[in-house]
Design a protein around this ligand. Structure first.
Ligand code: B12
Ligand code: SF4
Length: 458
């Protein structure tokens, strides 16, 4: 079949690796093109539709509104079937199916469901009921669909059978010096704000990893095409000492360019030897989630039950090994109080990461934290809930989020975000005025926040 997949990503530097794996799996039987919204405007894409027999959309939550508005335009003019896949459609299939333009959804990892769907459409047999993970409409009554009772998706155990992501077909800025790569799928933890937690709960998601050889092969290719550094964007990279040990040896021998990876504080402490091996093979930076300085918030709201000591020891270990660290933190977590927000600042001052990022919590669909926020009636705005622009980390004005924490309102939360920029952003001397602007904005938002709270306006 001739297929066009619209990649909802609007950031030219980001690669959609999930989509890359999917099209690698099916490319030998079908003709596939990808059009990214980062490179084409909707009208350009619309003019290409008549060439194709099926249109797919790949999007995370913040990209859904752009994708569905393009799907509506397509449907107004053409009869071609429309399939949605990716994190958003997986997290809230019923909502996505409420749009009549959407004919099918492939839930979660879609290599198997999408290839079976294409086979049924190509053969015109339309026998969809046996396809695992497929949500589809009733032929006789298109308003009816099985979004609440589809057959569970099938997950591929041996990831090497999928192959390496088809970067040649993806549209993104390929000459930026550094490339993302994924060696695994899944994560056994269950943080309440994360997609994995939803997946683990619904499908009993399993952690799986590609072979060392397959990952190294991809690294060599990326280096050959000009990558000067690699970022392992796995949910959980620092796990399985044997894999890490084999990987480190081969990486040093065959790739040997700097790389970074993610870790949880506990996995740092449980794998110090692995970390040494990675460091010897080129590991330069490690990204560690602290998320909140409050043990109460971590344990009861985020379900990340780790002590302050674990976090402090993990960052010390990383520093002693000479690896640069970056911490990830959030504010505006349900039930978070002022002192708890301040404790996130304090723990960062204590662990002294080389860089620290600080986001307003976004309650993504299907996550436990979004249910907690709903139960506590914390939504102050239901529009643009997933708009990631509230979290742009560069020097722009910070927008209000959609949630308050119950103890802090949205203005206080923005006040903390500016205070963070004032304290933790790297500022050159020249940018002293920018820094003062952050402090000014922080004070301004705190004053507005207290005013609104006092008069019951927010
Ligand atoms: C790697 C990763 C990144 C990398 C690479 C991005 C990428 N798109 O590959 C980087 C670091 C760049 C990144 C950035 C961001 N990320 Co990210 N990221 C991930 C991570 C850890 C893994 C994604 C992955 O490759 N999974 C493995 C593949 C196989 O699965 P997949 O992507 O879901 O793809 C499969 C299916 O969805 C399906 N599918 C996909 N497209 C299509 C299309 C069709 C037609 C069909 C039928 C099927 C289909 O088939 C694929 C193959 O099986 C996920 C967490 C997770 N576990 O998914 C978060 C995650 C996707 N990221 C998330 C977020 C929020 C972001 C950022 C906004 C963070 C930020 N504030 O900067 C940015 C946005 C970047 C962007 N513009 O796309 C959220 C999204 C939540 C949501 N509901 O929207 C997630 C789920 C993490 C979380 N918080 O729970 N991310
Ligand atoms: S450890 Fe990271 S990837 Fe795993 S569930 Fe928690 S936030 Fe998600």
């Amino acid at each position: 079949m001739k297929i066009l997949i619209v990649d909802g990503n609007k950031d030219k530097s980001q690669v959609n690796l999930g989509l890359g794996f999917l099209i690698q799996y099916i490319r030998h039987n079908h003709r596939i093109n990808v059009a990214s919204l980062a490179f084409h405007n909707p009208d350009q894409i619309l003019s290409r539709i008549p060439e194709y027999e099926l249109i797919g959309f790949s999007c995370i939550s913040e990209q859904f509104s752009d994708c569905i508005s393009l799907a509506k335009k397509i449907r107004q003019r053409y009869k071609v079937p429309i399939v949605f896949g990716g994190i958003h459609a997986t997290s809230c299939p019923k909502e996505v199916m409420s749009y009549p333009e959407v004919d099918f959804i492939c839930i979660a990892e879609a290599e198997i469901s999408f290839s079976l769907l294409l086979r049924e459409l190509e053969k015109k047999t339309y026998n969809f009921s046996q396809i695992p993970g497929l949500v589809y409409r009733n032929k006789n009554n298109p308003a009816l669909h099985n979004a609440l009772s589809y057959r569970p998706p099938r997950f591929i155990d041996d990831l090497d059978t999928v192959g390496k992501p088809a970067r040649d077909l993806l549209e993104y800025n390929k000459n930026k010096g550094s490339e993302n790569i994924i060696s695994s799928r899944g994560c056994p933890y269950h943080c309440t704000y994360c997609y994995n937690s939803t997946m683990n709960e619904i499908f009993g998601f399993k952690y799986r990893r590609r072979s060392v050889e397959s990952v190294i092969e991809e690294c060599i290719e990326l280096k050959y095409h000009g990558a000067k550094g690699l970022s392992f964007a796995d949910d959980l990279f620092l796990i399985n000492q044997k894999w890490i040990s084999d990987f480190s040896k081969l990486y040093k021998e065959k790739v040997d360019i700097p790389f970074g990876c993610t870790a949880r504080p506990e996995t740092v402490l449980a794998n110090v030897n692995s970390l040494k091996e990675l460091k010897d093979s080129g590991l330069k930076s490690i990204w560690i989630g602290i998320e909140s300085g409050s043990e109460r918030i971590r344990k009861f709201i985020l379900e990340r039950a780790m002590s302050d000591k674990t976090i402090i020891d993990a960052f010390r270990t990383v520093r002693e090994l000479g690896i640069s660290s970056k911490s990830y933190n959030m504010v505006g977590i349900p039930t978070e109080g002022f002192m708890e927000a301040i404790s996130t600042f304090l723990i960062n001052l204590r662990v002294r990461p080389n860089a620290a990022s600080y986001y307003t919590l976004i309650p993504y669909p299907g996550t436990k934290i979004s249910k907690i926020a709903d139960d506590l009636n914390l939504f102050r705005d239901r529009k643009n809930i997933y708009d990631d622009r509230i979290n742009i980390q560069s020097e722009v004005d910070i927008r209000l989020g959609t949630l308050d924490s119950g103890k802090m309102n949205r203005y206080h939360i923005v006040g903390f975000r500016y205070l963070w920029k004032f304290l933790f952003f790297r500022h050159s001397r020249k940018k002293i005025f920018l820094r003062l602007k952050y402090l000014y904005n922080s004070i301004r938002f705190f004053i507005i926040g207290f005013y609104k709270k006092y008069y019951g306006l927010e």
